[in-house]
Write a protein that binds this ligand. Structure first.
Ligand SMILES: *Cc1c(COP(=O)(O)O)cnc(C)c1O
Length: 399
């Protein structure tokens, strides 16, 4: 039901156009532009034959709902896979993707720079069910082959790396995986299918926290799993067997965000690059971690494989005290301090990913900050950061 239905009947459009037209059917809803929020568990059948033959388009709320289906279809067009399922959060999209392909006795290769809570899925949940995880260096590339065991069933990628923004050589890893019959999954939340399409690169299962750019307004948690024809039935089956569904209000809000994704992302990209360049020239900053910057170690791979960069990146400050960093962050006027990102608003958080790395060594040599650049005027954001740096320097001089 969540398979792409429009493909055979109408021409394929540019992605900006698909964001506007995909997964909508105004004729079906008396001309209303948006697919309405349909609530419901029970779906009635007029006759015994219809009931037993599942003749209706829907059979039960958890098994299919028009509001969810509209978003699934739109995401399917964008991802270019065989089908999509919607999950209650980005993290549940990761766990369901992994549970779909792994079973007891299997071995998983997980990128060392994955989103931190993904590690807990591996170290706590999968471990409990007899699945072993080895973390690998994000820069492994084709060298990942050395880590493959007879029971290696899946390789999980995420690029750029969580918080530290290392790029991965995705085509090299996929080539090894395909040759060895191993399933690949990728957390593609940072790029979205606008800037990188995992299935086009041969990745089997593409995962996103729709919480971030897809919904784009910091008002819901939602996960999106897209799978190719080889893996979709497994993913859809696991999803259904585990009894998952999401609220139609959340699907509606994500679909509403999706319509403006291209214009929002273009702006996030442009403003983030402007601010990243400005930060790279600041005396307080040791290094900016953004693959879109020409001197970033991941720049060549990013440029080869990705069509753009979103609004999230990090920086390493030259050594200063924790109190000086707090003096900078505590009084920012525009940058909020909070988890998540991908909304219209700018955010900044201090982070320390040393405890989230086991296959690689992370020693930045100074305090680290992660920034999400929102849709505000970048000049206002730069002024806010400039005042923050003045407070940082004053606190550092006083300390
Ligand atoms: C936020 C995030 C998730 C998890 O999404 P939630 O909706 O918070 O569960 C997963 N992966 C990445 C890369 C994320 O940034």
């Amino acid at each position: 039901m969540s398979r792409q239905t429009g493909g055979a009947n109408r021409p394929a459009f540019a992605v900006e156009t698909e964001l506007v037209v995909a997964g909508r059917d105004p004729q079906r809803y008396d001309g209303f532009v948006n697919t309405p929020i349909v609530r419901g568990s029970t779906v009635l059948s007029p006759t015994v034959a219809d009931l037993e033959g599942h003749a209706g388009r829907y059979t039960y709320g958890r098994r299919g709902n028009p509001t969810l289906e509209g978003l699934e279809q739109a995401m399917c067009v964008l991802e270019g896979g065989a089908g999509v399922v919607l999950t209650p959060s980005g993290l549940s999209a990761v766990s369901i993707g992994l549970l779909s392909v792994l079973q007891a006795g299997d071995h998983l290769l997980m990128v060392d720079t994955c989103y931190h809570p993904t590690r807990r899925i591996c170290d706590v949940v999968l471990k409990r069910y007899g699945i072993e995880t080895t973390y690998y260096d994000p820069l492994a590339g084709a060298g990942i082959e050395q880590l493959i065991r007879p029971n290696t069933r899946a390789i999980f990628l995420e690029a750029p790396g969580s918080q530290s923004f290392e790029m991965q050589d995705i085509p090299a890893i996929v080539e090894v995986a395909q040759r060895r019959g191993i399933v690949t999954l990728m957390d593609n939340t940072w790029a979205t299918p606008l800037f990188f399409r995992p299935h086009d690169a041969g990745v089997d299962i593409s995962i996103q926290a729709g919480t971030k750019y897809i919904s784009g307004h910091s008002d819901i948690n939602i996960g999106i799993i897209s799978a190719n024809a080889a893996q979709f039935d497994r993913v859809k089956g696991t999803y259904g067997d585990l009894g998952l569904t999401i609220a139609p209000e959340d699907a509606f809000l994500a679909a509403r965000g999706l319509r403006t994704l291209a214009v929002r992302l273009a702006r996030h990209q442009q403003s983030a690059l402007t601010i990243a360049h400005w930060l790279a020239g600041r005396p307080e900053v040791a290094r900016v971690l953004h693959p879109g910057l020409p001197d970033d170690p991941g720049h060549a791979v990013w440029k080869r494989d990705f069509k753009g960069a979103s609004g999230l990146f990090s920086l390493i400050l030259k050594p200063v005290s924790k109190a000086s960093v707090a003096a900078m962050l505590d009084h920012l006027a525009l940058f909020g301090m909070g988890y998540s990102w991908g909304g219209f608003e700018s955010l900044i958080i201090p982070f320390d990913c040393r405890s989230s790395r086991t296959a690689t060594h992370w020693e930045p040599g100074g305090p680290t900050l992660r920034l999400h650049i929102g849709l505000e005027d970048p000049a206002d954001l730069i002024a806010d950061l400039e005042q923050g740096f003045a407070r940082l320097r004053a606190a550092d001089d006083a300390g």
